[in-house]
Design a protein around this ligand. Structure first.
Ligand code: ZN
Length: 66
């Protein structure tokens, strides 16, 4: 898995921008963001981290898994 250091300017075709359930921004402890294939384990996120892109986060119920 290659993590992003900042939100990308645009998304590759067929990919979605996802971050984990940790709030606040990149650089915060535990926060990770990456590009992924669309999946129902992700949900739309409106936290404002990447305001120029629609992005998703891991559903909290699944984030508790090891
Ligand atoms: Zn978000």
């Amino acid at each position: 898995m290659e993590y992003l250091t900042k939100p990308p300017k645009f998304l590759p075709i067929g990919k979605v921008l996802v971050h984990n359930h940790v709030k606040s921004g990149l650089g915060s402890r535990g926060f990770r963001a990456w590009l992924a294939d669309p999946d129902e384990k992700y949900e739309i996120c409106t936290c404002g981290w990447a305001p120029h892109l629609e992005h998703y986060r891991v559903k909290p119920t699944l984030a508790k898994s090891p």
